[in-house]
Design a protein around this ligand. Structure first.
Ligand code: ADP
Ligand code: ZN
Ligand code: ZN
Length: 805
């Protein structure tokens, strides 16, 4: 017998599946892993079938409206992965599947109006002659009483619908909601479509231009950008759409072109690279789960090992996935892979448009792209027969998603490899503490590249104690005398300099000299940062900005001063200290798109600038041979953060930034300015010794019972009303009060930034040496929130949180 019911996960913040009935004509066609359009309240949503069955639900079930896919978009393995994520990260399952497949572009969102109870009452009253709803209005209400409708549909029946609906919404008689509908792919503009001939000729009757287009495509096989055909074939766009409807041509979304870079030289692997590669290749040939940590100092040639491993995997007939940090996936990097693997490679980047991402996704699903290079969410790429997952710069914070579902791409990669029997390689010069510890425990096989390519020396790091500098010069400048001297030398030698200033803006804040008052954000409990270019104060949390005050709002004094420096100020100071130098700046204020990023970096690589100043963006993975000096203007930013990972993050940033120096034939030099020269993160970064740092930091984590010695979850309570946030956090604390065995609950307390975007925030940290125990407590909290009907987003569970801010 055919299964008459399906359990569907929907993109709503509820952790459950919803059961729908399958109409007769769909019953044989519906498949697990395929998407459907279903009614949900007055709305229609697209969701994924996770189960087909014959168990009649207790409640009346509504029928599925439409099957969106004739084949599953998720195979059994991806479904298993999605279910694991929902469980492990306490994320609503529908939201997990929503982020797993970037197919949102295929569904169109539109507004739909439905009658409320008040609206229904109004109809009755009007029919009794009690109120004044005009005839046209009554017609609308009656229409909506039959079924929810879109504005367009209503307008067709009643021309003045727009005005009336607005009125009724105000009165509370109707309410609007979003409805999902399948998007007609033929509607995309010609600039976004490619056209390709399917049939050479046809017996069907065609128009003149349609015939012409078909003939053209027959003579010119392959896909053509639709808009570029217009000059050659008149009416190409309209004809193509008409032909596509009859299946005579194929229209597909156009994908962003990958810029072809200079060919990456193929290198003969050196002995250590070869040893690492051999171990990985052997595991690939075995075809079982095996995990590696590839720990190689900056410039040791990890990328070359990845490329060879991917080739070995393809040679086995299996596909491969390379994950890279968000900011590192530049067209330049993508191009290198396009060069080596041709059109077997697909790039997945969150900056691509929805339709483009959907098209790539489908190509991968069909097995047409056997190599995928992508950011965090590429861990869900539907590669058939995946044999190898590489995670480059595995310590990078961008692998953690900071919104629901709050998964960590690296950890999901390991789980996926485990589930499908693939090889996973985590690579870094500065592995996350957890990762390095797993290698120590033998969970990951440890591969080392201890030296730079061709025995190039590691850069020499010089620390400048800025306290001492002040005592000797009595000046609070951005640059020490050593820094100035070194930059001058490099400029004279026509070599390049990178300067790290890991804070945006001009000054950190503006303060009143008389009373000390600082200007706070109106939405958040942080002070505003001064951005000189816009002459405004800006909030880095919510984006709020305001004019610079002329007088202090507290005491009326006009002695407003700017304190602390940001990257914008360093740029200005450089112009003053080195007027002849060509300076470029890279931070979130100068980078608005991937193109800006590539332009600045490309210009720097080609020698258009002498000095590149910027935030952590400049520290990530770039390989620019002519950079011989890296200056770290202020190594201490970040050390004072109220977060147990502050030292680890600082060490990683300083080491990675230093690693940009001396990557070509010329030796590199690093000058590191600090007021904490004795801090172990600064000290071990300056001798570039990861192992010393690891040993010291591990000791701290052990004593304090932080990861990797405990599992951690952060529970955030938030509300625009402070008493609400307080009440919820209090209830949660009460609930866990008796739970003392094998667990520690810290807080609730005000979050480090107690107010963000007008919301008050309290948080609670739960630590346990046992993952299972932690999950028990989180389940208890979640059940409580559910029975108390807390708003779906009022309590946020963050499992394995990366940032406690
Ligand atoms: P990492 O990612 O470990 O910092 P890269 O993979 O970027 O290092 O390699 C650093 C540089 O060394 C690159 O310019 C690369 O082309 C070059 N390189 C890598 N392997 C070799 C090799 N075996 N012989 C010569 N040059 C190499
Ligand atoms: Zn004042
Ligand atoms: Zn703010």
């Amino acid at each position: 017998m055919q299964q008459q019911y399906c359990d569907v996960c929907l993109p709503v913040p509820l952790d459950r599946l919803f059961t729908y009935s399958l109409p007769q004509q769909m019953a044989g066609l519906a498949q697990v892993g395929a998407r459907v359009l279903v009614p949900f309240g007055p709305r229609k949503l697209s969701g994924t079938i996770l189960k087909l069955h014959e168990v009649k639900p207790e409640f009346e079930s509504r029928p599925v409206e439409k099957l969106l896919d004739s084949e599953p978009v998720f195979d059994a393995q991806l479904i298993q992965l999605g279910v694991w994520i929902a469980r492990y990260y306490f994320a609503p399952i529908g939201e997990v599947f929503r982020v797993m497949a970037p197919l949102g572009g295929e569904v169109r969102k539109s507004k739909i109006f439905a009658l409320t109870d008040e609206g229904r009452a109004e109809i009755r009253q009007t029919l009794l002659g009690l109120t004044e709803a005009a005839e046209a209005g009554l017609a609308i209400l009656k229409n909506l009483d039959e079924r929810p409708m879109s504005l367009d549909a209503l307008k067709r029946k009643t021309p003045e619908a727009a005005k009336l609906i607005a009125e009724f919404q105000k009165k509370g008689w109707v309410k609007a909601s979003e409805e999902a509908q399948e998007r007609d792919p033929l509607r995309a503009p010609a600039t976004k479509l490619n056209v390709e001939g399917v049939a050479a000729s046809t017996t069907e009757k065609l128009g003149k231009w349609e015939r012409e287009l078909l003939a053209f495509l027959h003579l010119h096989p392959g896909a053509h950008p639709l808009d570029e055909l217009e000059p050659m074939v008149k009416n190409a766009s309209a004809s193509a759409r008409a032909l596509a409807r009859r299946g005579l041509v194929k229209l597909t979304p156009r994908m962003g072109a990958i810029r072809q870079p200079a060919e990456r030289p193929r290198h003969q692997l050196n002995a250590t690279q070869e040893a690492a590669f051999a171990a990985i290749a052997a595991a690939i040939r075995k075809g079982e789960y095996q995990s590696f940590l590839l720990q190689g100092v900056t410039g040791s040639g990890k990328t070359e090992v990845y490329l060879n491993a991917i080739e070995a995997c393809l040679a086995e007939g299996r596909s491969a996935l390379l994950m890279v940090p968000e900011i590192a996936l530049t067209p330049q990097v993508a191009g290198q892979f396009a060069m080596r693997f041709g059109d077997r490679v697909a790039i997945l980047h969150s900056a691509f448009g929805e339709a483009e991402r959907a098209e790539y996704w489908r190509r991968i699903r069909r097995g047409e792209a056997k190599v995928v290079v992508g950011t965090r969410s590429s861990v869900f790429a539907p590669l058939p027969d995946l044999g190898l997952i590489l995670v480059d710069e595995e310590h990078d914070g961008s692998y953690k998603q900071e919104e629901t579902p709050r998964y960590h791409g690296r950890d999901v990669a390991v789980v996926r490899a485990q589930q499908i029997g693939a090889v996973v390689v985590l690579g870094s010069a500065t592995p996350a503490l957890e990762t390095r510890y797993n290698a120590e425990l033998g969970k990951y096989q440890h591969l080392l590249l201890p030296e730079r390519i061709e025995q190039r020396p590691m850069p020499v790091v010089e620390c400048v104690d800025m306290n001492q500098e002040f005592l000797e010069t009595k000046k609070h400048g951005s640059f020490s005398r050593r820094m100035v001297e070194a930059v001058k030398e490099k400029l004279a030698a026509r070599e390049q300099v990178m300067l790290l200033m890991n804070r945006r803006g001009f000054s950190s804040f503006c303060a009143c000299r008389s009373c000390g008052h600082r200007v706070p954000c109106v939405n958040c409990s942080v002070t505003l940062t001064y951005h000189r270019k816009d002459r405004r104060l800006l909030c880095h949390y919510c984006g709020y900005s305001e004019k610079i005050p002329e007088i202090c709002s507290q005491c009326g004094s006009d002695a407003i001063q700017f304190i602390g420096a940001g990257s914008e100020k360093i740029e200005a100071d450089l112009a003053e200290a080195f007027p002849e130098a060509r300076v470029a700046r890279m931070d979130r204020d100068t980078i608005h798109s991937k193109n800006d990023y590539e332009e600045i970096l490309g210009g720097f690589r080609e020698g258009a600038f002498d000095i590149l100043v910027g935030t952590q963006m400049i520290a990530k993975g770039h390989d620019i041979p002519n950079v011989t000096l890296v200056g770290i203007v202020n190594a201490d930013i970040g050390l004072g953060m109220p977060d147990f990972r502050a030292a680890e993050r600082t060490f990683q940033l300083l080491t990675q930034a230093s690693g940009r120096a001396g990557r070509g034939g010329l030796p590199g030099q690093v000058i590191l300015q600090t007021i904490n020269p004795e801090h172990y993160a600064v000290r071990f970064a300056s001798v570039q010794d990861y192992e010393l740092f690891y040993a010291k930091e591990l000791q701290f984590r052990r004593v304090m019972r932080y990861p990797p010695f405990a599992s951690l979850a952060n529970v955030l309570f938030r509300s625009e009303r402070q008493e609400e946030a307080l009440r919820m956090s209090g209830e949660a604390a009460e609930l866990l009060r008796s739970e003392t065995e094998n667990v520690r609950v810290l807080g609730p307390a005000e979050a480090p930034v107690p107010r963000v975007n007008k919301e008050f925030r309290y948080q609670m940290l739960i630590k346990s040496p046992q993952r299972k125990r932690l999950a028990e407590l989180l389940t208890k909290l979640r059940d409580h929130a559910r029975t108390q009907e807390w708003p779906a987003t009022a309590m946020i569970l963050d499992v394995d949180p990366l940032s406690l801010l």
